[in-house]
Design a protein around this ligand. Structure first.
Ligand SMILES: Cc1cc2nc3c(=O)[nH]c(=O)nc-3n(C[C@H](O)[C@H](O)[C@H](O)COP(=O)(O)OP(=O)(O)OC[C@H]3O[C@@H](n4cnc5c(N)ncnc54)[C@H](O)[C@@H]3O)c2cc1C
Length: 262
């Protein structure tokens, strides 16, 4: 990758001006960008903005966009609030060296189909926070067209949601063939499936089958998983065909639902 101009702003206002007014490319960990972009006129390094923290906000946890996958994996705060689900969702991403670099912001902003983090955050009903303080739900963000530049500063996730994550990979650190996450907040379920290979989507009908039952039995979890396979679309790539993905979708979701129920 060739970068013709490189800036490391120290305030959000400076960073936003470089990105929104001068057309700069935000750099998170730069891992994916380095693979795909041959020439960048202006790169905006976000590492000095102080948006790399995981903080307890009382009723929610705030996670800065520059938080690395490794920090999410090892966070005691996230483990206390959400059990092992952040570690499960990040622990198979490439290897420790790259997880120390890959950022939450880069993973979410890219809307990558294969992303483990996007599936997790969708099931957790995360809200995305932008430089000007505006916020939207991750579902709305994923469905919106990619038409304008933006600066994501972090996400917030409400406490009080139990969640479990599952993925199937050809080898332990390969991209997922399929990933799935189930969560329950005391009132209802959110079920998300990603790496279809398109980006993660919710399965509202499958979730409604579970109602407000905090501990569905294996039969109900299996029926919900089967419904999810009906309501989603799947495609082919070099890791798998659509039919295989459709077949394993109920299995991963059933496992995730039962893990939350325990
Ligand atoms: C070999 C390999 C295997 C991988 N396997 C997996 C895997 O199994 N599972 C998985 O989930 N991921 C996997 N990844 C992807 C990895 O997680 C990506 O590198 C990551 O998702 C992007 O994070 P980044 O910090 O490198 O983003 P960057 O490359 O820095 O940025 C990605 C995109 O997001 C934009 N961006 C970055 N930060 C912001 C921000 N704050 N606001 C607005 N836009 C922003 C950039 O401009 C760019 O368009 C793999 C990557 C590699 C190289």
């Amino acid at each position: 990758m060739v970068i013709r101009r490189y800036e490391r702003p120290v305030t959000l206002d400076e960073a936003a001006a470089l990105i929104l007014e001068e057309g700069g490319l935000p750099l998170g960990g730069g891992v994916w960008t380095a693979l795909n972009t041959r020439s960048v006129g202006l790169a905006v390094d976000l590492s000095r903005l102080g948006i790399d923290r995981i903080e307890d906000q009382g009723d929610a946890i705030a996670i800065g966009a520059m938080t690395t996958a490794r920090s999410l994996e090892l966070s005691v705060l996230l483990a206390r609030e959400f059990g092992g689900v952040f570690a499960s969702a990040t622990g198979h991403i490439v290897g420790v060296q790259l997880r120390n670099v890959i950022t939450l912001g880069g993973s979410v902003a890219g809307k990558y189909g294969f992303s483990d983090l996007v599936t997790l955050l969708l099931a957790l009903d995360a809200r995305l926070i932008f430089h000007n303080g505006s916020a939207i739900g991750i579902e709305e963000f994923l469905l919106a067209p990619r038409d304008k530049p933006f600066l994501l500063t972090g996400v917030t996730v409400k406490k009080g949601r139990a969640a479990a994550y599952q993925s199937l990979r050809v080898t332990a650190n390969d991209f997922p063939v399929l990933n799935a996450c189930a969560s329950f907040d005391g009132e209802g379920w959110r079920l998300a499936v990603g790496s279809r290979p398109a980006a993660a989507r919710l399965c509202p009908q499958a979730a409604s089958h579970l109602g407000a039952d905090p501990a569905p039995d294996p039969g109900a979890a299996g029926r919900s998983g089967a419904q999810a396979a009906e309501e989603l679309t799947f495609g082919d790539d070099l890791r798998s065909g659509a039919e295989y993905r459709r077949t394993i979708c109920p299995v991963l979701l059933e496992r995730a639902i039962l893990e939350v129920s325990r």
